[in-house]
Ligand binder design. Structure first.
Ligand code: ADP
Ligand code: GLC
Length: 489
């Protein structure tokens, strides 16, 4: 079969720049496509402040000091640096424009956020032109890349190079849409095309990058089947449900893959003791290490509950506020959280640690190594999300023998099966409604099952056998690209 040319555009790619799961997915899918023999090229911004240890870049001769006029106040100049995804030969084209990308944070409430990511889209197309490279599919991800399909039809509509190119947009999180005032159109060089934006919004004074992408992409995907259905409803669609209903025939749900090269307890270089489903002794040692590092006084026969997350409303922490103190008071258990985000949650977890200093450990911040250590050393992983397009940590947890307790929404519903002690079927604990009592009851079921170590080992073994590899999930993307592309089959 003919190889595909895929241009994967993402605002973050692990390990170069990461704030969440999108970075892992861009890297994992990129690696899979390359291994499958395709010409995949990843485009992302060059964030000067990210640490790029051990990664070498070379300047891309074809794209140096490229001028994009009619953009921002007085135009921008960008260059492209080329590298490869560590541990692979996947090329990554980093768009260098320090004025726009050299910031404290990858994303922020910067007044020129629209210009930053608008330029990323333009730079991708400008670079492809200069390389004479016509992708079969431009695979865009989230709002940051939402304008690419429109730019392709407008500014680059004349270029025969792209006449067969198709566009696909993956929604990783509908909670972030890139909504700006209509003044943004001038900065984006799109004021002459105002009529192409969603007119109801335009009349109300704003434009929406994600919505624009949903309208102009040839195909849409999101990161689980359940989320694909959910976002067509008012409860989850965040205002985009009607458009998604209209485009339902061109919307596919594909659960994210897991990069088991990075996330396997047998080989993970970031954990102290490697282990496998056949010999879990290393897992117990990792747990003992965590207890020591966090100065906890939790016996080894008590469950250690872990959580690694952005601390935002999406992740369902509201449900934990009242329950955790009750459980910590009544149960012999420990609780560890790694994360940062909204101040009210950060403060809550600090308070919780002060209230239960021997049972609770808190690490405020971002720490990849600790994320791996918690996956390996915890017994239970908590994800009570309000909504969860896919979620990666529950899949990592399954592989690490760390039993997930999740709300049955989005990708959590598609990847965790509620354990039934009577039949021995299932991989975790699942509650349905965003409801404190339901979470409480499911946590109690979990803690009850822990007391039956025979059932618990069975549950762990079920989880460790699950396979969400990119070899399986990437194939689904490949099929979709093929059906979109006009390549010879
Ligand atoms: P989301 O993308 O919504 O944040 P996912 O579950 O898809 O949720 O992916 C989160 C990813 O980010 C996982 O790889 C997780 O380990 C990582 N992560 C989240 N918070 C932290 C943190 N504070 N430190 C290290 N890794 C984190
Ligand atoms: C988003 C979602 C998460 C998903 C990730 C990667 O940030 O919140 O559920 O796993 O993107 O697709």
């Amino acid at each position: 079969m003919t190889d595909l040319k895929i241009c994967l555009v993402s605002s973050e790619v692990a390990p170069l720049a990461k704030t969440g799961g999108l970075a892992d997915v861009a890297a994992g899918l990129g690696r899979y496509l390359k291994t499958a023999g395709h010409d995949v090229r990843i485009f992302m911004p060059f964030y000067d402040r990210q640490s790029y240890d051990d990664v070498t870049f070379e300047s891309l001769g074809e794209a140096q000091d490229v001028r994009v006029d009619h953009f921002g106040d007085s135009g921008f100049t960008f260059s492209v640096k080329l590298t490869v995804l560590p541990g692979s030969d996947v090329p990554i084209y980093c768009v260098v424009c320090p004025e726009l990308f050299d910031r404290e944070e990858l994303y922020g409430s910067y007044s020129d956020e629209h210009v930053r990511f608008g330029l990323l889209n333009r730079a991708v197309l400008e670079t492809c032109q200069r390389l004479g490279w016509a992708p079969d599919v431009f695979h865009c991800n989230d709002w940051h890349t939402g304008l690419l399909p429109l730019y392709l039809k407008t500014h680059y509509g004349w270029d025969q190079l792209f006449r067969e190119s198709k566009t696909m947009l993956t929604i990783h999180n509908i909670g972030y849409q890139g909504t700006f005032s209509t003044d943004a159109l001038k900065d984006l060089g799109l004021d002459e095309h105002a009529n192409l934006f969603y007119q109801e919004d335009y009349r109300e004074g704003f434009v929406n990058f994600l919505k624009t992408g949903l309208i102009y992409s040839d195909w849409l995907t999101t990161v689980s089947d359940t989320y694909a259905r959910e976002i067509q409803t008012e409860e989850f669609g965040m205002g985009l449900e009607e458009i998604l209903q209209r485009r339902a025939g061109a919307l596919t749900g594909i659960v994210n893959g897991v990069d088991y090269e990075d996330w396997s307890p047998e080989t993970d270089p970031l954990i102290n003791h490697n282990y496998s489903a056949d010999d879990l002794s290393g897992k117990a040692k990792n747990k003992a290490d965590l207890i020591e590092v966090f100065h906890l006084d939790v016996p080894m026969d008590a469950p250690l509950i872990g959580c690694v997350s952005r601390l935002t409303g999406q992740k369902g922490f509201e449900l934990l506020l009242d329950i955790l103190p009750v459980l910590l008071r009544q149960e012999n258990m420990g609780f560890l959280i790694l994360g940062s985000g909204e101040e009210k949650y950060e403060q809550y977890f600090q308070w919780l640690r002060d209230a239960f200093p021997t049972k609770v450990g808190v690490y405020k911040g971002y720490n990849n190594e600790l994320a791996h250590k918690i996956e390996a050393g915890a017994d239970v992983f908590l994800m009570p999300s309000r909504y969860e397009p896919c979620g990666l940590n529950q899949m990592y947890s399954l592989r690490y023998g760390t039993v997930p307790v999740v709300r049955g929404t989005g990708g959590l519903a598609d990847t965790v099966v509620r354990f039934d002690p009577a039949t021995g079927v299932g991989t975790g604990f699942v509650f349905q409604d965003f409801d404190v009592d339901q979470l409480h009851a499911e946590m109690r079921r979990c803690l009850q099952t822990w007391k039956d170590q025979g059932a618990w080992s069975h549950l762990i073994q079920n989880g460790m056998r699950q396979d969400f590899s990119w070899e399986k999930q990437g194939l689904l993307y490949e099929q979709l690209y093929r059906s979109l592309a006009t390549v010879q089959q």
